[in-house]
Design a protein around this ligand. Structure first.
Ligand code: CA
Length: 225
């Protein structure tokens, strides 16, 4: 699941990004409304976290604009404005939830989980991804092979989810860096190789059909259906 954090205070932005990645989400960040709109136009986010006091516009205007573009992903407003009027206005004008600063990370995560659950249609296919005997439960963030639980870190789960969503297609290191790590890391690093190596150690254990294939010099492909 991919989130967009719109926050101009870099300290909070960095904290949110790290914490949400730690919780198993893929995260993009924007420091103003313009950048947020550019990102939201090209990426289908599962949810957005939006600060109201942005340098170039009011967060409410951004939300209204995104709604006007047909973007219906749930929005959590995160704001220092705590009055009842502000909160009502936020909720009436496109926000799905409103959390005031300072906020508790655990509460933000719980609210996000609720919104994501509500937003996902109640059909199993959309909350589960399967390739052969590999199954990902996107709500519980749990992966199994032939029903046996794979003990993945949140980051490994995000990586596997990306591979499964692209099963049968070649994904390059640069694509993985962009989609899973949000390009935060210089492409020369071996972070992708290291994570694939660890992931493979958990997914393709002995006696199981290997699913993750390396195409030398190109990237990786997860066996298709
Ligand atoms: Ca702000």
């Amino acid at each position: 699941m991919r989130l967009l954090v719109v926050e101009d205070e870099l300290e909070i932005q960095g904290f949110l990004r790290e914490s949400l990645i730690e919780a198993g989400y893929a995260v993009d960040v924007a420091s103003d409304g313009g950048a947020a709109e550019t990102l939201a136009r090209k990426t289908a986010y599962d949810a957005l976290i939006v600060d109201l006091g942005l340098p170039d516009q009011d967060g409410i205007d951004l939300i209204l604009r995104l709604r006007g573009l047909g973007i219906i992903a749930p929005v959590v407003i995160l704001s220092a404005r705590r009055s009842v009027d502000d909160r009502v206005r936020g909720l009436e004008q496109g926000g799905d939830d409103y959390l005031t600063k300072p906020f508790a990370l655990a509460e933000l995560l719980a609210r996000l989980r609720n919104l994501l659950k509500r937003n996902v249609p109640a059909t199993a296919e959309l909350t589960r991804l399967t390739v052969l005997d590999l199954e990902l439960d996107l709500l519980k963030r749990r992966a199994t092979r032939s029903g046996e639980v794979l003990h993945l870190s949140p980051q490994e789960f995000v990586l596997l989810e990306y591979l499964v969503r692209n099963a049968g297609r070649v994904v390059t290191r640069a694509m993985i860096l962009d989609q899973v790590w949000g390009m935060r890391i210089h492409p020369d690093t071996n972070v992708v190789d290291v994570h694939i190596y660890r992931l493979r150690g958990k997914v393709d254990t002995e006696g199981r059909e290997p699913l993750i294939k390396t195409l030398r010099g190109v990237g990786y492909v997860l066996k298709g259906h």
